[in-house]
Design a protein around this ligand. Structure first.
Ligand SMILES: CC(C)(COP(=O)(O)OP(=O)(O)OC[C@H]1O[C@@H](n2cnc3c(N)ncnc32)[C@H](O)[C@@H]1OP(=O)(O)O)[C@@H](O)C(=O)NCCC(=O)NCCS
Length: 163
């Protein structure tokens, strides 16, 4: 590796350490939670992440009057978008002062596995121990222990031995 690549690598690893510290300060993230791909992670708003959960990358966004709560031991894949703050469908474009926003809390329970490329819409609650399949669009609440997938996400089955 040449000299400049080494310098870049050093500065980049410092930047990632600083970003983790900054995120732990600005958001309610348990210190045991893992954010291993901070290059591809962007958070804004009122966010809680519980013990031992990992988030592999994507966006979590809330407005000033909404929140996203993620429980313990969740496994959240790459490029997952959890967006609690959005446009009003009647006024979705145009000048900012004429565009009301819509905010609804999102709650994700404990031990939830969320696959790659999932989008979770405002207002959704996801039950404990459930699985959201890759590429799903979650617009409705998900029951505990359910395995769901698709656009919009529908029940595939319940985890073995449950229901
Ligand atoms: C949802 C998932 C866990 C189901 O796994 P599985 O139990 O082995 O499921 P199967 O492959 O037996 O498929 C069962 C049914 O669900 C459907 N299905 C599976 N994954 C789906 C998905 N992501 N979206 C929509 N439907 C899906 C299958 O088409 C099949 O339907 P059919 O019975 O009508 O043929 C898995 O497909 C998945 O998406 N895993 C996430 C992978 C990932 O993102 N990994 C990154 C690591 S964090």
């Amino acid at each position: 590796m040449n000299f400049f690549a080494k310098i870049y690598q050093f500065l980049h690893s410092q930047y990632l350490k600083d970003k983790r510290k900054d995120y732990l300060r600005r958001f309610n993230i348990d210190p045991t939670a893992r954010l291993p791909y901070l290059d591809n992670t962007w958070f804004h708003g009122n966010i809680t992440i519980g013990k031992h959960t990992y988030f592999n990358g994507g966006r979590i966004v809330t407005g000033p009057n909404s929140k996203v709560e993620i429980g313990e031991w969740c496994a959240i894949g790459h490029n997952v978008n959890i967006i609690a703050w959005t446009h009003d469908v009647e006024y979705s474009t145009g000048p900012m002062d004429m565009r009301p926003t819509v905010e609804k809390d999102i709650k994700i329970g404990n031990k939830v596995w969320i696959g790659t490329n999932v989008f979770i819409r405002e207002g959704v609650t996801i039950g404990d121990n459930s699985i959201i399949g890759a590429n799903s669009l979650v617009i409705n609440d998900i029951e505990p222990n359910a395995i769901v997938g698709g656009i919009p996400a529908k029940l595939i089955r319940y985890k073995d031995g449950i229901k």
